[in-house]
Design a binder for this molecule. Structure first.
Ligand code: GUN
Ligand code: ZN
Length: 419
C-alpha cells in the first residue's frame, strides 16, 4: 500500500499539552516514506497541490480507550442494567469466540468499524479465548491499527465456556506477549482482568505480577453500577472500597486504564489522581445501561488522565465523535459543562497522552505519525463552528477518509499530485 507524501487541507490541530485546538485554514502536511510527518506549513500563494479531500476538515486519529471486540455483533442490545445485560446479551455471545473462524470474521468487522470512524488507537477487551485474541491481534496488524489488548481474565461468575484458571491464563498471556507485544511499534499486550466480580484475588494478583514483569498496561472496570458495587463489596468485605480491591492487589498505577469510574468517593478520586491511573470515560454506554454520569469536569480538574471510550457493545457506536457528544450531554446532566473543544481534544490528543502514545499521535507536527482523519464539514466555518459540526451532527456519516501512518486505510483515494 503506497504511503502519501503530501496532504493539503483544513487542519484542526490539537495543542500538544493544553486542551485546545487551532484551525489552519489551508495547510500542507509533508510525510516521509515511513509515514511520519516531516513538516507542516501554510500552503503558499498559488500552490498547485490540489486539496486532498475537498469539503472536509482534518483531525488526528481518534483514540478509543475502552471497547469490547467480542460484543461487536450484540452492540445495542437493550437487556437492562449491567449485571443482567452481561448475563443475557454478553456472555452467550462471548462464548462463541471459542471458535477461531467466528472470531476471525468478527475481528474483520470490528477493525473495519473502527477505521471507518477514524479511530487509530484503541484499548480493547478480547474474549477470554487465547485463539480469538490471537485472531484479533492478526487483524489489528493487517489493518495498521494501534491497539492495546489481551484475553479477558475470568475465573468465576460467568458461564463455564468463558472461565479459565489462573495458571492457564497467565501462560496464554505470556504466549501473546512473546508473539505480539511491541510488534511494529503498534501493538501492545494489555493485561485484562474483566472486573473484581469475574476474578478472584489470586487471579488478580497474578495479573498484577505479569504486568509488572513485562511492563505491560492493565485494563479493568471500576465503579459502573450500584448492584456491581454491592456485589463487589460482598466478595471483598475487607476492602476499603472498590478502588481499594484493585489497589491492594497491585493493579492501580500509571499504566492502568479504569473504565467508567462513575460512583467514586472523594477519597477514591484523590487516590486515583495520586496514582496517575487513567480513567476511560464511556458516557454513551453509561446512558444505555442507565449506569449514571461520570463527573468529567471534576476528574479533569483533579488532574486525572482521562480518555474517552465507546465501550462497544454497551456503547452503541464506534464513533468517538458520537461519544464526545454523549460526554457533553453527561457533563450538562451533572451541572458541570465541558466545552466541545475540550472533548474533541480528549478524543484525540488527550487519549493519545493518556494511553502512552503521546510521543507518536495526536499532533500535526514533525516527528508524529501521519494519522489523518478527513471529516465532512461546512465551508467558511470558524474553529468553534467546525468543532460543533464534527461532534453534534448525528446525521453525518463516517469519516471521508482515514490515514494511518501515511496510508489510506479507509475512504476516498486522494487526487494525484502535480509533477
Ligand atoms: N463490567 C464487566 N464487564 C463489562 C462489560 O463487558 N461491559 C461493561 N460496560 N461493563 C462491564
Ligand atoms: Zn467495558
Amino acid at each position: 500500500m503506497p504511503t502519501l507524501s503530501l496532504v493539503r487541507g483544513r487542519l484542526l490541530a490539537p495543542h500538544p499539552t493544553e486542551a485546545r485546538l487551532t484551525l489552519h485554514p489551508d495547510a500542507l502536511v509533508h510525510i516521509d516514506a515511513g509515514g511520519r510527518i516531516t513538516a507542516v506549513e501554510a500552503a503558499p500563494p498559488g500552490c498547485t497541490v490540489p486539496e486532498t479531500w475537498p469539503g472536509t476538515v482534518l483531525v488526528p486519529g481518534f483514540v478509543d480507550a475502552h471497547l469490547h471486540f467480542p460484543q461487536t455483533r450484540v452492540l445495542g442490545s437493550a437487556s437492562g442494567p449491567l449485571l443482567p445485560w452481561l448475563q443475557t446479551s454478553v456472555f452467550p455471545e462471548e462464548s462463541r469466540f471459542g471458535d477461531r473462524s467466528y472470531a476471525e470474521a468478527v475481528a474483520a468487522e470490528f477493525c473495519a468499524a473502527m477505521v471507518r470512524q477514524g479511530t487509530t488507537l484503541a484499548g480493547i477487551y478480547s474474549s477470554s479465548h487465547p485463539d480469538a485474541t490471537d485472531a484479533l491481534f492478526a487483524e489489528l496488524d493487517r489493518t495498521g491499527l494501534r491497539g492495546l489488548t489481551g484475553l479477558t481474565w475470568m475465573n468465576r461468575n460467568a458461564p463455564d465456556a468463558l472461565l479459565r484458571g489462573t495458571a492457564e491464563t497467565v501462560a496464554a498471556t505470556e504466549a501473546l506477549v512473546e508473539k505480539w507485544h511491541g510488534r511494529d511499534d503498534r501493538l501492545r499486550v494489555c493485561v485484562t482482568p474483566r472486573f473484581a466480580i469475574s476474578c478472584d484475588a489470586e487471579m488478580m494478583r497474578a495479573a498484577a505480577d505479569i504486568a509488572e514483569r513485562h511492563g505491560l498496561w492493565v485494563q479493568t472496570h471500576l465503579s459502573e453500577n450500584h448492584d456491581e458495587l454491592a456485589f463487589t463489596a460482598s466478595l471483598f468485605p475487607e476492602a476499603r472500597d472498590y478502588l481499594g480491591v484493585y489497589e491492594a492487589l497491585g493493579l492501580v498505577h500509571e499504566r492502568t486504564i479504569l473504565a467508567h469510574c462513575i460512583h467514586l468517593s472523594d477519597d477514591e478520586w484523590a487516590r486515583l489522581a495520586s496514582r496517575r491511573a487513567v480513567v476511560a470515560h464511556c458516557p454513551d454506554s453509561n446512558f444505555f445501561l442507565g449506569s449514571g454520569c461520570m463527573p468529567l469536569a471534576r476528574a479533569l480538574a483533579a488532574g486525572v488522565p482521562v480518555a474517552l471510550g465507546t465501550d462497544v457493545g454497551a456503547g452503541r457506536t464506534f464513533s468517538l465523535r458520537r461519544v464526545s457528544a454523549s460526554a457533553y450531554d453527561a457533563s450538562l446532566v451533572v451541572g458541570a459543562p465541558v466545552p466541545p473543544e475540550v472533548l474533541l481534544w480528549q478524543a484525540t490528543r488527550g487519549g493519545a497522552l493518556a494511553l502512552g502514545a503521546g510521543d507518536r499521535m495526536g499532533c500535526f507536527a514533525p516527528g508524529y505519525d501521519a494519522d489523518v482523519v478527513a471529516i465532512d464539514a461546512p465551508a467558511d466555518a470558524d474553529a468553534g463552528r467546525l468543532v460543533d459540526a464534527l461532534l453534534f451532527n448525528h446525521d453525518a456519516g463516517p469519516a471521508r477518509a482515514t490515514v494511518i501512518r501515511g496510508q489510506v486505510r479507509w475512504g476516498a483515494a486522494p487526487p494525484p499530485l502535480p509533477r
